[in-house]
Design a protein around this ligand. Structure first.
Ligand code: HEM
Ligand code: MTE
Ligand code: MO
Length: 469
């Protein structure tokens, strides 16, 4: 009995394996053509991801896109996930492709580089997509990897697709044919020449997707030309072009991440704000009790960066309060301040840790103003005239919400929301309104700037510890 069953199981297993083999065989049928079309699909996917991804970083696009930014992000994620299809499909065909490349170490290396890029983008992209699930440490690392792959990988891929287009390859084929090294003609296999299983596509990165026999016939050689010189020239031209256009951005990215230039200091040096007197740091923030912030703020704004002086700056608290108030700068810098250390997390994946903020506790301001019982939300206005956000009265009870005047013992530069910005450490930073100049108590909800454009109304960080309502 028992042995019977084992036999059965073995047979079933065998059938299973045979099915699997048949299935793989079917997949691998016409494999050359399939590789070519996988490659073409993948090239388009990468183009879309590159364009949408670069638009996601840019401050310029941030201002221009508004609600479109959230759609763009979803397009980027959906197309990103779709990249899984060609990658998996290729992996199913890869064994054969690999054998075919056995005498082509460069193509093998290239295949590995491209696969590593794609898989790296996919994994880091999925972590970024699920930022709430993984928490800030992981999404920070994922963003770093995603960026690094973009700065290294995109130039690599652009370089390859430009230097391997057909119009470059055809002349090269002529040159090769004129010599005796036909078999070694690198990358020059014509997919239309023999549409059989043995057809090898040029390489997984070549853009050789739609070969036309006519063209190859037209380009039959008469006499060899000094083509490698031209190829070499175009290659170096493309290389130089890429270095010039992407180089500076890449270097500044590396600089920021290696903390080479302390950019908050340079922001302060060039600060357009003219507030007099400058706030004087409490002992706890100079030197900063937090030991100094770790990480870098990305300067985000949806308007041109506003600047202020004593003449055009004021701060008010009004709406449903017993004692509405307006302060000018001289009065405001005299208000008693406290110091706190907290982390700062943006939903797009970056964080700045251990910020030592000095400012006035929101709770204290509200108590002073005397909130009326009808008040439901606290609405925050930015001096940029556009950005707003709000929290409920319950949320406003958190002790660590701060109307901040200093960061790490120095005034807050205009780039980072100075002279005064809001800090809500337990929520994502889109709640932390920059250039804060008005607090209004209102009897209803208020949907903030980014929430109106698709961000989650629930901005709580995963690890938030205080009153969640
Ligand atoms: C060719 C491949 C890709 C390129 C060139 C690319 C490029 C970029 C760039 C430049 C950013 C902006 C990062 C920043 O703010 O510094 C970004 C963000 C992002 N990418 Fe990709 N990406 C690619 C593939 C993917 C894939 C496969 C996924 C997977 C789902 C993905 C998901 C994301 C997510 C979730 C973000 C964060 C968007 C946000 O919240 O602003 N990406 N990508
Ligand atoms: N007025 C104003 N406040 C703002 C924003 C903005 O664009 N305008 N961006 C928010 C977002 S999404 C983040 S992550 C932080 C970024 O702060 P930073 O520019 O100082 O790094 O500010 C928040 N407050
Ligand atoms: Mo953000």
């Amino acid at each position: 009995m028992a042995s019977f069953k084992i036999e059965d199981a073995r047979k079933n297993n065998l059938y299973g394996v045979m099915h699997m083999k048949q299935w793989l065989k079917n997949i691998r049928k016409g494999y050359g053509k399939k590789l070519v079309s996988i490659h073409a699909w993948n090239a388009w996917i990468v183009v879309i991801l590159a364009v949408t991804g670069l638009m996601l970083v840019g401050g310029f696009w941030r201002e221009l896109l508004g609600i479109g930014r959230v759609w763009l992000k979803w397009l980027h994620i959906i197309v990103g996930l779709a990249m899984l299809a060609p990658v998996v499909y290729y992996l199913l065909l890869s064994k054969k492709h690999w054998k075919q490349l056995r005498n082509r170490p460069w193509q093998r290396a290239n295949t590995i580089v491209v696969l590593a890029l794609l898989v790296g983008w996919l994994l880091s992209g999925i972590v970024l997509w699920q930022f709430k699930l993984v928490g800030p440490r992981w999404s920070n690392a994922a963003l770093l990897i995603h960026d690094l792959l973009t700065w290294v990988g995109l130039p690599y891929i652009i370089y390859h697709s430009i230097t391997r287009t057909r119009w470059l390859k055809d002349p090269a084929r002529r040159a090769v044919k004129a010599t005796t090294t036909v078999a070694e003609g690198r990358n020059m296999v014509n997919p239309t020449a023999a549409p059989s299983e043995n057809t090898t596509p040029a390489s997984i990165v070549s853009t050789d997707s739609k070969p036309t026999t006519k063209e190859s016939l037209l380009h039959q050689p008469e006499k060899p030309q000094p083509l490698y010189t031209r190829r070499a020239f175009i290659r170096s031209a493309v290389g130089v072009g890429l270095a010039v256009t992407l180089g500076p951005t890449f270097i500044s990215w590396v600089g920021r991440n290696l903390n080479i230039d302390n950019s908050i200091d340079s922001m302060l040096e060039n600060d357009p704000n003219r507030m007099v007197p400058l706030p004087q740091a409490l002992p706890a923030s100079s030197p900063p009790v937090g030991g100094g912030a770790e990480g870098h703020f990305r300067v985000y704004t949806v308007t041109p960066i506003p600047s202020f002086s004593n003449a055009n700056w004021s701060f008010r608290i009004d709406g449903l309060v017993e004692r509405a108030q307006v302060w000018n700068w001289e009065q405001f810098v005299k208000l008693a301040r406290t110091v706190q250390v907290s982390d700062f997390h943006c939903v797009t994946g970056w964080s700045v840790y251990k910020n030592t903020w000095e400012g006035i506790s929101l709770k204290h301001l509200l108590t002073q103003a005397g909130v009326k019982p009808e008040a439901h939300s606290v609405k925050f206005y930015s001096g940029d005239g556009v950005y707003t956000d709000a929290i409920t009265m319950d949320q406003a009870q958190m002790d660590d919400i701060m109307v901040a005047v200093m960061h790490d013992g120095k005034p807050i530069p205009a780039d980072l929301g100075g002279p005064v910005r809001l800090v809500i450490p337990q929520m994502y930073a889109y709640k932390s309104v920059k250039w804060l100049n008005r607090i209004e108590l209102i009897d209803s909800d208020h949907i903030g700037y980014w929430e109106e454009r698709g961000y989650d109304k629930d901005a709580w960080l995963t690890g938030a510890t205080q009153a969640r309502s």
